[in-house]
Write a protein that binds this ligand. Structure first.
Ligand SMILES: *Cc1c(COP(=O)(O)O)cnc(C)c1O
Length: 427
C-alpha cells in the first residue's frame, strides 16, 4: 500500500492544517521497540515526546504486552452499564491504591478531555446535591489546557486553540499564570480575591498541578499547590487537579499532587494510565463527592454521564500491568536519574543565544526559543532533529522534551546532542 498517498486521500489529522500537511512527505510509523519508533523504511527514531506524552515504560514492554494478550484470551470488552468486570474492578482497586489518600472512587472514560468533563459535572452535581444550586461557574487558570471537548475548552485558556469556539463556551472566572514575576503571592493573590468575592457562585478551582503542559511547560513555584488547596478550603470550593499530563511519574512523583502531599477533591488522569498503550482515562473522587450522589433512584441524583467503552477490559489490563511495572522496575527511581541527566544538559542548552528560558518539572521539559525574529525556530529544530533520529513536537516557540520514563542515559545524550546541534544551526 502507498501509505502516504492513502493518508493524503483519507486521513484528517488532529490540530493540523491539512493543506500544509499534504504538501509534505509524511513519516509513517510501522512498529516500535523500547523507546524507539520505526518507520516503513526501517529507520529508527527516539520517541522524544513519548508518542504525545503518554508512553511510560517504552513500546512493546514484555509485561504489558503479555497482560493485554492474556486479557484478549478472556474478553476484550464488556459494558460497565448494568454489569461490572474483573479487569475494570482490578484496575480501579490498583489505581486507588496509588492515588493520593481520600481519592477512593474511580469513574472510567476513554480520553483526558472526557475525564475533565466528568470532573466538571461531578463538581457541578455535588453542589446541586448539597443544596447550593447557585454554584454554576468554575475558576480556571489563564493558559490552561484541559482537552478539546466543549466543557474542557470552556475551562481552557489558550486563545490559539480555543478562540475558534468562543460562542459555544460557558464563561468562567480566571486566575493569571503567565506573569513576569511568578511568585506565590503574584499567583495566589488574584485567585484569593476572586474566591473572596465569588465563592458562592463557584463549583471548583481547576488547575494543572506543578506544570501547565500545553501552555509550553509553564512550571509553578513550590508551595503553589498547597496554596491553592488552602484557598479552596478557606472559601469552601472544590479543587480539581487535572493530572492527565502530569500523572504516572511524569513530574517525578507518581502524581504531581504527591509532591506537596495535596489531595484534591477530584483528579483526572489519562495519557500515561495504560503506559501509553490503549485509550483510557479516569476521574477520581472523594467519598464526600461520591456520597452526595447517593439517594433514591426517583430523586435523580445519579451522575448522568457515561461512555460506551468505559472500563474497557484490554485498557484495564494494560493499566494494571503499567502499575505493576512501576513497582517491579522502580520506574520512579530510574526516572529521577534520567531527569537529572536531562537537567545537566539543559544547563548548557540554556546558555545558547537563541534560548530565552528553560523549564522543567521532572521529565516535562520546555526549551523556549527567542520568537522575536519571527523565525519558526522550535518547528525548525523539531524538523531538523528528525534527520538526526529523534522525534520531537514543538508547542509554539517551545521545544518539548517528554520522553518515556524508561529513557536510558545514552538516549538522553542523543536527545540533547540532536537538540543542541539543531539549535546551533538556527542562526
Ligand atoms: C492532553 C491533556 C488533556 C486531554 O487529553 P486527551 O486524551 O487528549 O483528550 C487534558 N488535560 C491535560 C492537562 C492534558 O495535557
Amino acid at each position: 500500500m502507498d501509505y502516504a498517498a492513502a493518508d493524503r486521500t483519507h486521513v484528517w489529522h488532529p490540530f493540523t492544517q491539512q493543506r500544509t500537511w499534504t504538501e509534505a512527505e509524511p513519516l509513517v510509523i510501522a512498529s516500535a521497540e523500547g523507546n524507539w519508533l520505526v518507520d516503513t523504511g526501517g529507520r529508527r527514531y527516539l520517541d522524544g515526546v513519548a508518542s504525545l506524552w503518554c508512553n511510560v515504560h517504552g513500546h512493546r514492554h514484555p509485561h504489558i504486552d503479555a497482560a493485554v494478550t492474556a486479557q484478549l484470551a478472556q474478553v476484550a470488552h464488556s459494558t460497565l452499564l448494568g454489569l461490572t468486570s474483573t479487569a475494570a474492578v482490578e484496575a480501579a482497586a490498583a489505581l486507588t491504591a496509588v492515588a493520593p489518600t481520600r481519592l477512593t472512587r474511580v469513574f472510567f472514560s476513554e480520553n483526558g478531555a472526557a475525564a475533565v468533563e466528568v470532573a466538571l459535572k461531578m463538581a457541578f452535581g455535588y453542589w446541586r446535591n448539597v443544596g447550593e444550586a447557585s454554584r454554576r461557574s468554575f475558576l480556571a487558570l489563564d493558559e490552561a489546557y484541559h482537552g478539546d471537548t466543549l466543557g474542557a475548552v470552556s475551562v481552557g485558556g489558550i486563545d490559539l486553540f480555543h478562540a475558534a469556539y468562543a460562542p459555544l463556551l460557558f464563561e468562567c472566572f480566571r486566575a493569571p499564570t503567565n506573569l513576569p514575576r511568578r511568585s506565590l503571592d503574584a499567583l495566589l493573590g488574584p485567585m484569593d480575591a476572586t474566591l473572596s468575592a465569588h465563592a458562592h457562585e463557584i463549583c471548583a478551582v481547576v488547575i494543572e498541578p506543578r506544570c501547565q503542559g500545553a501552555a509550553g511547560m509553564i512550571t509553578f513555584p513550590d508551595g503553589y499547590l498547597r496554596g491553592v488547596r488552602e484557598l479552596c478550603d478557606r472559601y469552601d470550593v472544590l479543587m480539581i487537579c487535572d493530572e492527565v499530563a502530569t500523572g504516572f511519574g511524569r513530574t517525578g512523583t507518581m502524581f504531581a499532587c504527591d509532591s506537596e502531599a495535596v489531595t484534591p477533591d477530584l483528579m483526572t488522569v489519562g495519557k500515561g494510565i495504560t503506559g501509553g498503550y490503549l485509550p483510557m482515562s479516569a476521574t477520581f473522587a472523594t467519598e464526600a463527592v461520591y456520597e452526595s450522589f447517593l439517594g433514591d433512584p426517583a430523586e435523580g441524583r445519579q451522575l448522568f454521564h457515561g461512555h460506551t467503552y468505559s472500563g474497557n477490559a484490554l485498557a484495564a489490563a494494560a493499566c494494571i500491568a503499567n502499575l505493576e511495572v512501576f513497582r517491579d522496575e522502580d520506574t520512579l527511581a530510574h526516572a529521577e536519574v534520567a531527569a537529572a541527566a536531562m537537567a545537566a544538559r539543559l544547563d548548557t542548552i540554556a546558555e545558547h543565544d537563541q534560548v530565552v528560558d528553560v523549564r522543567r518539572a521532572g521529565m516535562m521539559v520546555g526549551i523556549e526559543l527567542d520568537a522575536r525574529a519571527g523565525a519558526p525556530g522550535a518547528a525548525a529544530v523539531c524538523a531538523r532533529v528528525r534527520d538526526l533520529g529523534v522525534i520531537l513536537r514543538p508547542l509554539g516557540p517551545v521545544i518539548v522534551w517528554m520522553p518515556p520514563l524508561s529513557i536510558t542515559l545514552d538516549e538522553v545524550e542523543l536527545l540533547a546532542d540532536a537538540t543542541e546541534k539543531a539549535i546551533g544551526e538556527l542562526v
